[in-house]
Design a protein around this ligand. Structure first.
Ligand SMILES: Nc1nc2c(ncn2[C@@H]2O[C@H](COP(=O)(O)OP(=O)(O)OP(=O)(O)O)[C@@H](O)[C@H]2O)c(=O)[nH]1
Ligand SMILES: Nc1ncnc2c1ncn2[C@@H]1O[C@H](COP(=O)(O)OP(=O)(O)OP(=O)(O)O)[C@@H](O)[C@H]1O
Length: 233
């Protein structure tokens, strides 16, 4: 086994384990609450070519070892996609509460959007991997974003590959405005959701009142004529 393969093996293991754990979190949310905050989860080990580019950018020697591991905390990367912006906070809080990983850094690129237009919530965690040589703590990056933020970031990422980060001014502006359009979509969807939830609350309260009124005749009050016209035929 080559030295890079040996160096990257625990990262691969961490990505596999974390994918299972975060998907487990998704399944648990889905059984316990009406609206599950996690839509889907992905993960990857940073490609070697990308590790190389990043090491040049950060001025770190391109050598497998501690210095590289500390300077590039996203060699193991997970991504959690949510339907609504509010879901992100729920997911972040669940990750903070976990006992099998330790959050070492958080970056909120949602309230502090990046100049490119990029939005996401980032967490760097320390995660213990069990190896045949004992326990090894490694860093992993978890990006949490909405589907709309992900749509924008995926397209911008592929265009970035073509332009190598050096976008013509016109394209830069259009990407920034596309990012704002994606965020408006998120805000509109959140508003629609809030209104639907409010309507649902109103109807369940109204039905509750109905039930109270239907019960009332047995208690000597109310008017079931209004609420049970069909039964009374
Ligand atoms: N598509 C896209 N992804 C981004 C952008 N900015 C950050 N990201 C993603 O977020 C990850 C981490 O970005 P940052 O938190 O800025 O970290 P960094 O690139 O190491 O930058 P520094 O720590 O500031 O040197 C990147 O590896 C990308 O996956 C962006 O403008 N567009
Ligand atoms: N935390 C993550 N979880 C899941 N996938 C990711 C994560 N970070 C990046 N990716 C994806 O992995 C692929 C390759 O990653 P790469 O490391 O080259 O991207 P990057 O992290 O966005 O780049 P950069 O090194 O410039 O910061 C891309 O499709 C990217 O979108």
């Amino acid at each position: 086994m080559g030295q890079w393969e040996r160096f990257l093996e625990p990262y691969k293991q961490a990505v596999d384990e974390l994918k299972i754990k975060l998907k487990g979190m998704r399944a648990q949310f889905a059984t316990e609450i009406e609206h599950a905050p996690i839509e889907f989860v992905t993960g990857r080990v940073k490609p070697l070519a990308s590790i190389y580019d990043k090491s040049l950018e950060k001025g770190v020697p391109f050598e497998p070892g501690e210095e590289l591991a500390n300077e590039l905390p996203d060699i193991a990367g997970l991504r959690i996609m949510c339907q609504f912006v509010d879901d992100i906070g729920t997911v972040v809080e669940s990750i903070r509460q976990r006992k099998d990983m330790r959050v070492v850094e958080e970056r909120d690129y949602i309230s502090k959007v990046k100049p490119s237009g990029y939005r996401s919530y980032h967490m760097i965690i320390e995660y213990p991997v069990q190896t045949i040589h004992g326990e090894r703590a490694i860093f992993a990056e978890i990006q949490i974003r909405t589907l709309a933020m992900n749509f924008w970031a995926s397209i911008e990422h592929s265009l970035n590959y073509k332009y190598k980060g050096d976008f013509p001014e016109e394209i830069k502006k259009r990407l920034q405005s596309a990012a704002e359009a994606a965020f408006s979509l998120d805000e509109e969807m959140s508003q629609i959701r809030d209104e639907i939830q409010e309507a649902q609350r109103f109807f369940s309260e109204y039905r509750g009142e109905q039930r109270d009124d239907v019960r009332k005749p047995e208690e000597g009050g109310g008017n079931d004529e209004v609420f049970n016209p069909v039964e009374r035929g």
